[in-house]
Every structure is written in C-alpha cells, then in structure tokens.
Write a protein that binds this ligand. Sequence first.
Ligand code: XMP
Length: 513
Amino acid sequence: RLLIIDFGSQVTQLIARRLRELNVYCEIHPYQKVTMDFVREFAPKAVIFSGGPDSVTREGSPRAPQEIFDYGVPILGICYGQQVMMHQLGGTVLSGHGTAEFGRAYVTPTEERIEMLGGWFLDQTEQVWMSHGDHVSEIAPGFKVYGTSPHAPFAITADLERNFYAVQFHPEVHHTPNGKTLYENFVRLAGFAGDWTMGAYREQMVEKIRDEVGDKNVICALSGGVDSSVAAALIHEAIGDQLTCVFVDHGLLRKNEAEEVVGMFRDHMNLQVIHADETELFLGELDGQSDPETKRKIIGKLFIDVFQKYADQIDGAEFLAQGTLYPDVIESVSFSGGPSVTIKSHHNVGGLPEKMGLKLVEPLRELFKDEVRALGRELGLPDSFIGRHPFPGPGLAIRCPGEITRDKLEILREADAIYIDQIRKHGLYDEIWQAFVAILPVRTVGVMGDGRTYDYACALRAVTSVDGMTADYYPFSHEFLGETATRIINEVKGINRCTYDITSKPPGTIEWE
Ligand code: XMP
C-alpha cells in the first residue's frame, strides 16, 4: 500500500482518487500523525508528500520524519511536498521575490529526460497546473532537473539513485491533462500490481466502521438518493441492526417513491427502516405559503424536527450516518465563510449532529460520485437505483411554484411518472443529468373532445450537467417532445398544456424554485 502524507492541500484527495483509478490502495494521513514509528507500522511500498498551504521557510512549518528518506522506498513530493523534500535533503527554498505562480504553466523536458524511466512524464512540453508561493532555488544533492517552466526552473526533479521524485506542479488535478501518466509511472516503479478494487475498499470500510462504532447504535436519514443509500448499505453490512434508518416522508415525493425506497431497503436489503409518514404535518405547515425561500425553510426545519423526534425513540444512538461525499467536503471547506450569496437555502441534515450531540459516521467522505456508484453496485444495490437522477431534499415542493395543494401534487406525480417513463423508453435516461416536470401556477384554456377545458399548464425540464453547478437543457427531438406532451395531456386529468423549458444554468437554475 501507499502512504500519502497530507500537508494540507485542498486537492490531496485527488491524489488518492488518481491512485484508486490505477487500482492502487492508498491511505491519506495528516503529517502530524506520521512519525517514523507510524511509517514502519504502516509499511508503505511508496510514499507521496502532498502539497500544502504553509511555507517551509517558516519556522515550525510541517515536515516529514527525517528518517523516512532512509527507509528505502520511492517518494514523490508534490508542490509543498517537493519543497519539504528539498529542504530536508539539503536544498534551498525561497519565499517571495515574485516567484509565485498560479494556474496554467508549461513544463519542458531537459536534455536529461532520456534517463527518466523512458520518458517518465514528458516526451514533450506538457501543460501543468501550478499553485505555489515559494519555490526551490537550489536542489538537494543527488537530484537532477528533468523539467522546467518559465517560473519554476526545478519543475521536475529526481534522484534516480534513491527513487525520489519531486515536482512543483499538481499532477493530480484536471488541468494537468497527462498527470495520470506520472502517477502511473511512479506506482509501476514502486512495484504495485494494480490489482486493488472497490471490493477491497468495501472490506476496509466495513472494518473501519466497526472500529469506529463499536457496540453503539447509529441512525441514518435515508432519502432514497444514491449517497445516503450507499452509506446505509455499507454501514448495515458493517454493524447490521445497530443501524436504524429513518425515511422522512414529507408527502412531497414522487409517485410510488416512498413504497419503493422503503420496500427495497426493508424487504430486499433487510435494513431496519422507520417510515416516518409526516405528510399531514408538512402539507399543513406549507398550506398557503407561496414564497420559495419560506417554503424551503419550513421544510428544512420540519425535517430536522421530525428526524429528531424519531431518532429520540431509538435507544442509545450515538452516531449519525451521512452520505457526505468528497466534493461536499471540498465545497464546505473552500466556501465556508466565503463571500458567496445564497441563491437557494439547500436543505440537508447539517447542524443536526451538534444539536443532538451525535458523532458522525461518513463512510463516503473520500469518494467521488462515480466511485460511490461503483461501491453501491459492489454492495448489491440494483442498477436502476444507482443510476437515479438527483432528487432535491424539498422534493416536489420546489417543482410546484406558488402555493402547494394536494391536487397539484397529485397531478404533478402523474405527469412526472409519464415523462420519466417516456425518457426511459427512448433510452435517454442515462444521458440526462436530471429530468422532471414542474406544474405551473396558471390555468389555461384548451379544447378537448368538443368541450372547453380550463386546466393547469406544466413545464418539462431536462438538463445535462457534470455537477449541478452549471447545466444546459437537453436537446430532445421534436418527435419525442410531441409524443410526450400528447401522452401527458391525454393521460393526466388536470393538465391541458405542456411546455419545454430550454433555459440553461446560469441564468436559470435547474429547479424552478
Ligand atoms: P438548482 O436548482 O440550484 O439545483 O440549480 C442544483 C441541483 O441541486 C438540487 N437541489 C437540491 N438538493 N436539497 C438538495 O438535496 C435542496 O434543497 C436542493 N435544491 C436543489 C437540484 O435538484 C439540482 O440537482
């Protein structure tokens, strides 16, 4: 296995992800924890030093244990990791002097590149991503330079004798397009077979959860979304009936959704699931409310109250399970206290653990969405579940602009089910990030048979996106749209007009409220 020493970079987890993609098992540990005893115990086959925000020129800044350089395994240092290596091995690192470099840069190989494992990374000039204030001004004895950029004369350095490699840029990020090759060469040279799989990850996480939780009880707010579902399935595998899930049914779910989710987890996967049907409470409080933020706030608050009420009935629950993913972690780190404005108050169970005095179990914290899906498959969740489009916490409330009524919800459920059925039938479901119907707060005149109708209009929405932050409308064919509109209008009583929303995000948002 490979040890990543974390010096605090925002992108350390991306290194882990690159390695998992290469089927290499790695663990990230903060530098404070990594003593030489720890290293010997861990017995890594190779070590990577991550980047970090500090400056090695500052006294007391993070270091690696000095003896690690005599431990005899390959070491790769990235950014701050490079500087730590150079500094600890007798090179010089300087701060300031206008040498900071952020963003895109181009690294050119030096004459020496032939020696580098058959062109270790660079056969030609490569685009890389730099993000550093300090820079190495003198490399350590034994090192040579293998790549330079205009502002980083020591962009790639190595001591081939000892298998130490050190780069100034970040090969793990997207903007270093060939960065993966560098990791590939590094792990090959370190002798990794590349036979680690998600199955192994599952086993390791199961062990870890057992260790963490012991004989205590865990509660989980199951939403039916991929993340909370995979988290629940994994935790259940680890601790069985010490886990209880609460499925808060706010009456704003899609057609048959509550039955399907509860049925699958309770009957198919044998989890303990409490179906908290609080439709009356939620719809009662929402009655007459038409302001989007007010609606969201009411739902968010009630959700927490309801969850707490049910959780209080579970004996000795000390942990709250959450399906937090790595991107959520990065976002909350980089944006907390930041200057961004609230477009919509997103609703989740944040804040619950402190309020209830619970510890968190977040077994997906290191994973990205596609990895969570792979893990879900590994755990036996059906494909139809794993590939589901995202569904927002406030549910149909935000697809029903203006006042919510039971009638409108019923109409919306029927129309949405037909729309999704159409999308599936045409084999388009997996191409689309999210698709749904919104019921509009207007009624329009139509003619059906020989009679006049005065019914609701609805809007179909379908977008492509990578992360939900930006989105474009999906270019359905006119045939598809025509056929779908006909079906909805014919089959759903209460709708007599159908429109297709072709707004991108920005300027629109994906949901209507
Ligand atoms: P917007 O409408 O902001 O949506 O463009 C972006 C993505 O987030 C989902 N969404 C939510 N998810 N709680 C959630 O869990 C919420 O309050 C919420 N609001 C929007 C939306 O469905 C889309 O995928």
